[in-house]
Design a protein around this ligand. Sequence first.
Ligand code: UDP
Length: 275
Amino acid sequence: MIVFLLNIMNTPFALSKTDTRLHVLGVPLDPATFASMLELIAGWIAAGDRTHQQDHHICHQICTVSPEFVMIAQQNPAFMRVLQEADLCVADGVGLLFAARYLGRPLPERVTGSDGVPLIAQRAAREGWSLYLLGAAPGIAEQAAARLIEQNPGLQIVGTYAGSPAPEEEDAIIERVNASGADILLVAYGAPRQDEWIARNRERLAVSVAMGVGGTFDFVAGVVPRAPRWMQRLALEWLFRLIRQPWRWRRMLRLPRFVWAVIRYRERAIFYPSP
Ligand code: UDP
């Protein structure tokens, strides 16, 4: 752990330096910023509008990857494939920024779902994009929608629904989302279910963008408090979540495991470089 923390301060070597995707333990990460993510979304929606008539529609998938995602993917090859096939994987978790820097490929910034969704809503209100909020406990998506509309007058939220990621509900949910005519679908079923749900249904979703957003609706609705900025800046958001939601401790054991796995991963890359 100490070696890891010391090394991120001073990366002594670079595995390779490009501004393309990097991989941490097999999971792709794009060097995205909030601004570049919004530009990609704008492009996808514009392309979707052009191709709608030609029945050639593509639903683009965004995953907000955290160290927890990376560790789940080590045990779950189907989830690994979902991440590898997503159109954009942003680093939502300070541990990934540290890991990327430690591997010699620093990422520009942390792009979280909880900060990204309000920014998407702001841009959506300006551009006329419509949103559908799927998931979270009953009533929460409605509350989150009301907040977002209050903050962004004119924002079109064309549907909210809690539902569940159970396969037997899938057809009915797809029908609701497609009937709404939404451009962007935000799915809050937690990882890996939300991302697997999107991947399995991409082909038949008529939205241009679908993004897994974890606990974002709970934050936006104000039912779960977000860590104060100073804790986020000190990379202590995980500690805040652990104190507020102590039942997460078992899930959060993945964090130290992630650190250890990244250290071993880099050692392998140094001592046994691939030909
Ligand atoms: N959730 C849900 N249905 C489920 C499982 C989870 O609606 O079957 C919601 C839950 O209410 C929460 C979100 O999914 O709003 C995921 O929360 P979590 O805190 O686990 O996600 P994280 O932010 O840690 O990825």
